[in-house]
Design a protein around this ligand. Structure first.
Ligand SMILES: *[C@@H]1O[C@H](CO)[C@@H](O)[C@H](O)[C@H]1NC(C)=O
Ligand SMILES: *[C@@H]1O[C@H](CO)[C@@H](O)[C@H](O)[C@H]1NC(C)=O
Ligand SMILES: *[C@@H]1O[C@H](CO)[C@@H](O)[C@H](O)[C@H]1NC(C)=O
Length: 433
């Protein structure tokens, strides 16, 4: 057996916002590998990674923003050149690993560069297919744009050279096989341990903490919050007059149309204003940062709702799982650019035992079963109906129905990332063990 097991995890993006690659790294470290992570800094990675003695980070310099003043093709060319140079340079200084585990997308220049380095160093190349880079590019540039087609070509060409392939859904595995002859093993995302149900007092502490910065959570009495109260005997209880807590997270990009949620909330507001005894007010918490946050922030500010409140807080990484675990319903507006990947946020919500209302697309049924562990909608009107049905009589009436959904998730909650990873990924990555 090899004395020194090394793995190099490569992601050409913000490492802190690539949960799946972080989970790979953690699992590799748990199984005795020394792990070098190559990527960009930005959001803080999970603290387990930061404190692990087996994991080291190698951050690359991101392309300077001034290059975007050039015309599109030149910007793209310069950016790719820059990334190629820093990726090669960074990988060059890292001791030779047993394999490079590369996230796709982005495919350019990651796939060609890692293929080349792996070739030169006689090392295995493993690709973890999260999606297709060219479909994401197609969203902004259009599917027939020259850069989109170029990206497609590179992805298909170099994608075939990897000795090991993993992907996120059965649908993607079939697609890779059919179109490019790539044989990829499906490794489903699973919630990390931190995504679990929380106790009432943990909820209370979270709301107290959030209430310091966001008045939406606070109550007129300093020991209470909008949703919970602490009694003289120290017991925490959920308030009977609490609003329904709806959560969603997003990276505020083109592939999530948040106006669907805003339109649905418009409708909820209207129905609640007429039949206020049937429905609770709603507090809708949307977390995440990204390019369209300001755009939607303005839309949200323009709403003059009486019964619905939207809060877009900044959360510390360890508070995000607690928030999900404290919510009454999750919303996912993720639509896949390829139709072949699944939203990680639903995986996390399920880990916390939170049912979800998700916008439907083809392979979503690999995760969400409509009417069992969640609800699938198509339009804003659809979503409004589902919200009204879910929160009808909330919090006291119809509670059995809501609990039925939660019970469906118990099996899912018991299957965690690391055990799944050991079963599926470890044998691929270290066949001799
Ligand atoms: C190949 O591996 C050696 C260590 O065995 C390392 O010194 C060298 O930089 C690697 N080459 C590249 C191109 O990564
Ligand atoms: C109010 O409730 C009644 C009876 O439950 C229903 O018929 C009506 O459509 C509701 N109206 C609105 C605007 O929600
Ligand atoms: C919501 O209100 C609309 C009219 O504004 C009504 O047609 C619809 O039935 C209401 N939905 C529910 C569930 O009450």
């Amino acid at each position: 057996m090899a004395v020194d097991k090394r793995a190099c995890v490569v992601v050409l993006g913000d490492v802190g916002r690539s949960p799946r690659m972080q989970y790979h790294a953690l699992s590799l470290a748990k199984e005795g590998y020394s792990v070098d992570i190559v990527g960009y800094s930005g959001s803080a990675p999970h603290s387990d990674l930061l404190f692990s003695p087996k994991i080291s980070f190698h951050y690359m310099n991101p392309p300077p923003s001034f290059i975007s003043i050039f015309p599109q093709f030149i910007t793209y060319f310069l950016k790719t050149l820059w990334q190629t140079w820093f990726l090669v340079w960074t990988l060059f200084w890292i001791s030779k690993p047993n394999f490079y585990l590369v996230q796709n997308p982005p495919s350019i220049p990651t796939l060609p560069v890692c293929w080349f380095i792996a070739r030169v160093n006689r090392t295995q190349l493993a690709i973890d297919w999260h999606n297709y880079g060219y479909t994401i590019m197609g969203l902004t540039l259009g599917p027939s744009h020259l850069l989109t087609r170029f990206s497609h070509f590179i992805e298909a060409f170099f994608g075939r050279f990897a000795g090991i392939n993993m992907c996120v859904t059965k649908a993607m595995s079939q697609d890779l096989q059919k179109n490019w002859g790539v044989c990829a093993t499906t490794l489903y995302d699973r919630p990390a341990e931190i995504f679990r149900p929380v106790s009432l007092s943990e909820k209370h502490e979270l709301f107290l903490k959030l209430g310091k910065d966001y008045h939406e959570f606070s109550s007129s009495r300093p020991d209470d919050t909008l949703l919970t109260e602490r009694f003289a005997d120290g017991q925490v209880r959920l308030r009977l007059d609490r609003p329904g807590l709806l959560v969603s997270s997003t990276s505020w990009t083109e592939d999530e149309d948040f106006s669907i949620l805003l339109d649905a909330l418009d409708e909820y507001e209207l129905n609640r204003s007429v039949n206020s005894s049937d429905y609770p007010p709603l507090l809708c918490v949307i977390t995440g940062k990204g390019p369209l946050k300001n755009y939607y922030g303005k839309l949200i500010q323009a709403k003059e709702w009486q019964h619905v409140e939207i809060c877009t807080p900044w959360l510390e990484p360890e508070d995000y799982p607690k928030l999900i675990a404290s919510a009454d319903l999750g919303v996912s507006l993720h639509t896949s650019s390829s139709g072949l990947d699944l939203p990680m946020k639903i995986v996390d919500m399920f880990g916390c035992g939170l049912p979800v209302c998700a916008v439907g697309y083809d392979c979503l049924k690999e995760l969400v079963t409509d009417g069992k562990n969640g609800m699938i909608f198509k339009t804003a009107g659809d979503l409004a109906d589902k919200l009204l049905a879910w929160f009808h009589g909330f919090p006291q009436n119809n509670e059995e129905n809501r609990q039925l959904y939660r019970r469906q998730l118990e099996v899912y909650q018991s299957l965690r990332w690391h055990s799944e990873w050991c079963k599926v990924a470890l044998p691929l990555l270290s066949p001799t063990n």
